[in-house]
Design a protein around this ligand. Sequence first.
Ligand SMILES: Nc1ncnc2c1ncn2[C@@H]1O[C@H](COP(=O)(O)OP(=O)(O)OP(=O)(O)O)[C@@H](O)[C@H]1O
Length: 472
Amino acid sequence: MNYRLLIVDDENDSREALAELAQRWGYDVQTASDGTEALRRAIEWHPDVILTDLVMPNMDGLWLLRALRAELPDCPVVLLTGRGTIQTAVQAIKEGAYEFIEKPLEVSRLRIVLDRALEKKETMREVQLLRRRLAALAPGTDMIGSGPAMQRVFELVKKVSPSNASVVIGGESGTGKEVLARAVHSLSPRKDKPFVALNCSAIPATLIESELFGYERGAFTGADQRRLGNFELAHGGTLFLDEVGELPLEMQGKFLRVLEERKFRRLGGKAEVEVDVRVICASNRDLKDEIRKGRFREDLYFRLHVFTIVLPPLRERREDIPILVQHFIEKFNGETGKHVQGVSAQAMETLQSYAWPGNIRELRNTVERAMILVDHDLIGEEHLPPDMRPSRPEAAALRVPVGIPLRDVEKEYILASLQRNGGNKARTAEVLGISEKTLYNKLNRYAASARDRAGEGSEPGDGHGAAAGAKL
Ligand SMILES: Nc1ncnc2c1ncn2[C@@H]1O[C@H](COP(=O)(O)OP(=O)(O)OP(=O)(O)O)[C@@H](O)[C@H]1O
């Protein structure tokens, strides 16, 4: 289906010329000669993009822009401006116009601006969809994920949350193990009690005991008052131990005892403290392997592994990337007061093809960085880290062996240009500085000679040779 372009200009000649040009580029075109007529057409016809002259005698471009913001807020408006009207054009951009193009009109710029406006419109449509899906996801938790892998995880979360069972969460670093533990907590009857998280790998072995169980005043030098440990702080709620494989062996014994007896003593304390705590553990090490190496107690392993949930790495659930990106954009918009809307199609392609060794944490940081760099409302490829961007051969060199006939050089050059422009003949003709008709004639000639050669029993050419041209 062709894109719809509404052209608004009070001058007949320039309106007709623009319409003819746009039709050649493949647009369905309607025209209007002033703002009021344009508004009526826009409401009836729903164009994908509007190209309007800024200065018109009757209801000018700025009036139209304002009226359209209310009626068709998603439709990009491109303004044509004369030299003396730049200031008004800048004002129009502030009021939401997509772009302005100065007269006299540069055809190639018009083409590029219209293409980009359409790309933006498509992206915004996608963004709307993602927003709607975001709102419908895993209510009551911060977990985002809509693909089948995460749906399976959500099913498990829903099953295990209401119980008191211990849960072990596996998955690479940054896959969201803590987020998952919080989700289990917030969907459990303990949701109004504390959720206490402790990362065992971040605490020196000598301090872990006091972190977990607390101490009494005078228990050791410097203990000048009683301090509650994480078990006590989590009473009635959930204790999340990240990197549980890092617990020293001796601590594992004490930990097991608390799980079995539900009571313990603070360091330096005599009285036993009773606690009611649900324990969720996470590890990105293989605990079975740790048992074999004598670094993890088997009895603790079996006590903890009542229920296991493994989070897949991001590269195995790429389908979730768009919705996660949108989630982080909305989050950072809220924190920074920015109004970034989404990510361009090309940038999203890059994000979806990257391997994400740091998983969701890395994705989150990437979006945060891009949002610092971006000064429009759309994140583009240029806002992504350079090593993430695929190398696109912007000005790919064409190697042509010396000594071949000039007409073959021309053919190779034309076919390579066509390929670089994604098969778009109008754009290729423009880049080559020839008419589209000339390009068609040449391509037809290549195709015919390829057919002839094929008829003679020879190969019809390689991937970007004449046969490829014939198909285009
Ligand atoms: N499903 C998700 N939805 C939204 N945000 C997520 C999700 N999973 C992870 N995150 C975000 O990614 C970051 C890393 O998550 P988290 O700390 O839970 O990972 P982890 O697996 O516990 O990492 P580590 O193993 O390094 O402790 C956090 O900022 C978190 O908010």
